[in-house]
Structures are given as C-alpha cells and as structure tokens.
Design a protein around this ligand. Structure first.
Ligand code: SF4
Length: 65
C-alpha cells in the first residue's frame, strides 16, 4: 500500500504549498507557510498532481505497511 507524503528533508517551507489549491480532494493542509504541509491519507486519491507540481520534488509516493 502506498501513501502520498511530504518529505521534510526536501520541503523548503516558507511558502504556501502549491498542492493546497491544486489538490482536487483538498487533501493538503498547511496551518502557516512556515510549517510543513500535511497530506490527509483519508481524503487523498493518489492522483499524483501534487507530486508533479512541487518544485522541490518534496511530495512523494511512499510505501507503507
Ligand atoms: S495525490 Fe492528488 S489527491 Fe492526493 S494529495 Fe496529491 S493532489 Fe491531492
């Protein structure tokens, strides 16, 4: 099983994540631009739009379980 996750080693923060407005499921949230965005695995449909858009390659498909 896979989940879409933010890689904190690649995410630069200090900007609003492009995925917030691009995600068709509104699965990405970020309480402030200085903190890491979070992907809600219950809303995410793994469409990969955010993976393609992140300029830092910080959103990744990760194997879980
Ligand atoms: S993979 Fe698609 S549904 Fe999931 S967080 Fe990214 S844009 Fe949203």
């Amino acid at each position: 099983m896979h989940e879409i996750q933010v890689n904190k080693e690649k995410c630069r923060t200090n900007h609003w994540c492009v995925g917030i407005n691009s995600c068709p499921q509104k699965a990405i949230s970020q309480s402030d631009k200085s903190v890491y965005p979070v992907v809600n695995p219950f809303k995410c449909i793994k469409c990969s739009i955010c993976i393609d858009l992140c300029p830092f390659g910080a959103i990744e498909r990760k194997k879980v379980n």
